[in-house]
Design a protein around this ligand. Structure first.
Ligand SMILES: [Zn+2]
Length: 751
């Protein structure tokens, strides 16, 4: 019934209607497996777990067949590295962090059907079977190569067992698999001055052999499947990154490693080799499904083999290549279904800076739970406040930013003042003017405001549905709050308090038809409260559940098909007194959090005896980086350029001008920065630019440049920079000025 409604209203995106036009028979939903090597922060939560949870709660409310899996990733060099730091064993590390992460996610309302572990025997067996299946069919290549080896520790140095200088940004502590500063994907051969993490010695090269997944053989299929079939329904950012990888030419990818921590390669004589963590980890979704099926007497196979299953991976953008290119090739070769969508999120920053564990610039889920949920009376409500704010700033199309002020505002001026306020008013007035019972609706007195509100309720249901099917969580949640806002406006216009007057138990009619008009407005307001509970439920599950006893209804009311109805609460039914759904967040709580963040990051900085680079003020780091790296990763193995399509209006906001550099000097103690004076015709501007590694100051005086003239000022090394100059970076990482062919007047507009 519900499905027919959706189809006839034409509100479901094409992606939901694949498999021959009907809805999928079942849904297999995964959220990225976090490494069990430490606490996870709210960027992880907003990136993968929260959007997945909203989607799954919505699907369950639609009574669709869905399994929602995730679990701890307990392999890879990240685990033994953490064990070295904590002076313990890899096993102790995973046993310590797995239960904490699991509990944190649960406390924040993430409703997995199973949160599994990759150290479980069922996962080892599943991964080994997967490898054997591909290997037996000749789908893997065996390649001899020379790899770094630590002679003292007598071991090969895979991934994070080796560090060195990043070839992309110059960061001196880049890992063998990735630079944590600029995000570039690396392999140990790319590091400058590599050093073993085990002995601190320079490594030597030694021959070894490994099994490779020949991605190059699947390029045509990937191109067809991602860039053609999914051109219309995958996010532009995801498509952009995939296109860049495919266009860059795919290389065979090793699926084995010379390590002892991990899943043994299931071939005789290879005791020193394990499966690469990025081979086994996504198979974790499948082994988790198997375990869930065992626990619940179900068959796991249709979820991974049946064509009418919709598989969706929720991840952060750093995992796109694994979930859109590598794992799908593995799945295809193994005879499984491939994902219908991979709605990867961009990153969430914190108070103007990238979240970072090493610099302690982050908000761990654990800290939020300790400070807001455990300290509160009935505190799971505070989980919803975090869920709400994170959804309003969910980085769906570009990086976004968490600020404590934004958190406070979202709570105080939306949850408290709009949603909570409406529900509270409706209940208080009903108790005061209607003796605690749902008043009747008098059809003869229906007016246009009533009709409009009923229309709005139905339209909101359809809009939320359509947006969620398209993975547009921010907009979907906005629709619900907007409906509560309309409820407040409705109440304000209907003014039931001007129709009836209550003096204790005595109610006096103080306007013509006052009884009927007050009844009607409160009847509809209460029906709207019931609808708000259903519609907000996927986003704020604790709030929805708190509303149920107030309305004296059971959880079944929250089923999606009930949304849009205005007969959910029966006339004459007595309701309980309202409870406050949200509380105000005080300024003192916000300043406490800001202070705490600063102290923690100062402590982390003091602990570091790294190069001066590591202690560069974070704002500057971002600014320097943006000129040199963040927007210009053009190598095939790097994170590619991928920005969402913008409208002309977005472009038109830029004031681009031709300027002339009239002076340039190095900025003290900042290797990368030049302080430029740029003549824009109407004024001379100071611009600080991160190009000092590429140009000598004396060589660029007199050059014409294109300046973003209306960029907000920003302080770097105490110098206020007023604008930014455009640069192009070639394949070799060399920068070139973007400027007019011939010198023209300074201040000329560029468009
Ligand atoms: Zn780097």
């Amino acid at each position: 019934m519900v499905n027919n409604e959706i189809n006839s209203s034409g509100n479901v995106s094409s992606s939901a209607l694949e498999n021959g036009g009907g809805l999928p028979a079942r849904y297999m939903i995964s959220a990225a497996l976090p490494y069990a090597n430490g606490l996870k922060h709210i960027g992880h939560l907003a990136g993968a777990y929260l959007p997945a949870d909203i989607y799954v709660r919505y699907l369950r409310a639609q009574k669709r067949d869905v399994v929602f899996v995730s679990g701890s990733d307990e392999h890879g060099t990240a685990i033994p590295i953490q064990a070295m730091k904590e002076g313990t064993t890899a096993r102790a590390i995973i046993d310590k962090y797995h239960p904490i992460i699991k509990q944190n996610l649960e406390d924040l309302g993430i409703s997995f059907d199973i949160y599994h572990r990759t150290s479980e025997p069922i996962h080892h067996e599943t991964s080994q079977e997967f490898f054997t299946y591909l290997n037996d069919r000749g789908e893997l290549d065996i390649i001899d190569s020379e790899q770094y080896y630590d002679e003292e520790a007598k071991t090969f140095l895979a991934d994070r067992f080796i560090k060195g200088t990043c070839p992309n940004c110059g960061f001196e502590n880049a890992f063998g698999d990735q630079c944590e500063r600029c995000g570039t994907t690396l392999n140990p051969d790319m590091l400058i001055n590599p050093v073993s993490m085990l002995s601190g010695n320079a490594p030597v090269k030694k021959p070894t052999k490994h099994w490779y997944l020949p991605l190059n053989k699947h390029e045509d299929w990937l191109r067809e499947w991602i860039l053609k079939e999914h051109a219309g329904d995958w996010r532009a950012t995801v498509l952009g990154q995939c296109k860049s990888w495919i266009d860059g030419g795919l290389q065979p990818r090793a699926v084995t490693r010379d390590l002892d921590w991990g899943i043994k390669v299931p071939l005789p004589g290879l005791e020193d080799k394990v499966l690469y963590v990025w081979f086994d980890a996504p198979i974790g979704y499948m082994s988790a499904t198997k375990q869930w099926a065992l626990d619940n007497g179900k068959d796991w196979k249709p979820y991974w083999y049946a064509k009418d299953t919709k598989l969706v991976h929720f991840i952060g953008k750093d995992n796109i290549v694994f979930h859109c290119i590598i794992f799908p090739v593995m799945l295809k070769l193994h005879g499984n279904i491939v994902p219908a969508n991979v709605p990867a999120n961009e990153f969430m920053n914190l108070e103007s800076d990238k979240m970072s564990t090493s610099r302690n610039w982050k908000l761990d889920m654990q800290d939020y739970i300790d400070d807001f949920i455990k300290k509160e009376n009935g505190g799971s409500q505070m989980a919803d406040v975090l869920r709400y704010y994170l959804t309003t700033i969910m980085p769906e199309t570009k990086d976004s930013e968490f600020t404590w002020k934004g958190y406070q505002d979202a709570n105080n001026s939306e949850l408290v003042s709009i949603f909570g306020n409406f529900v509270n008013r409706a209940f208080v007035l009903m108790h005061k003017l209607c003796k605690g019972k749902v008043p009747p609706y008098h059809t003869a007195f229906a007016d246009d405001l009533d009709k409009q509100l009923i229309k709005d309720i139905k339209a909101t249901k359809e809009n939320v549905e359509s947006l969620l099917e398209q993975f547009k969580f921010r907009e979907a949640q906005f629709e619900v709050i907007d409906l509560a806002r309309k409820g407040n406006q409705y109440m304000q216009k209907k003014e039931p308090w001007k129709k009836l007057k209550a003096d204790g138990d005595v109610i006096t009619i103080i306007a013509e038809n006052g009884r009927e008009l007050a009844d009607n407005s409160l009847h509809l307001s209460l029906q709207l409260c019931a609808n708000l509970a259903i519609l907000i439920h996927p986003f704020l599950p604790f709030t929805a559940k708190k509303m149920l006893p107030m309305m004296k209804v059971v959880e079944k009311m929250l089923e999606w098909e009930n949304a849009g109805r205005v007969d959910l609460l029966k006339t004459g039914y007595s309701l309980r007194a309202p409870e406050l759904l949200f509380r105000k967040i005080e300024d003192s709580e916000i300043s406490y959090q800001l202070e705490k963040l600063k102290k923690a990051s100062d402590a982390a900085a003091a602990k570091k005896d790294d190069s001066s680079q590591a202690t560069v003020d974070s704002q500057e780091k971002k600014a320097e980086g943006s000129q040199l790296t963040a927007d210009s990763k053009s190598h095939a193995t790097d994170e590619p350029i991928n920005k969402a399509t913008i409208q002309y209006d977005d472009f038109a906001k830029l004031d681009l001008r031709v300027g002339k550099i009239v002076s340039a000097e190095k900025v003290e103690k900042a290797d990368k920065l030049l302080k430029l004076q740029i003549d824009l015709g109407f004024e001379v501007r100071t611009v600080v630019s991160g190009i000092a590694m590429h140009f000598k100051p004396e060589d660029i005086v007199g050059k014409q440049v294109v300046v973003v003239a209306n960029l907000a000022p920003r302080k770097m090394r105490g110098i206020e920079s007023n604008g930014m100059i455009l640069m192009a970076e070639d394949n070799n990482g060399k920068l070139h000025f973007v400027n007019p062919e011939e010198a023209i007047n300074a201040g000329a507009g560029v468009s």
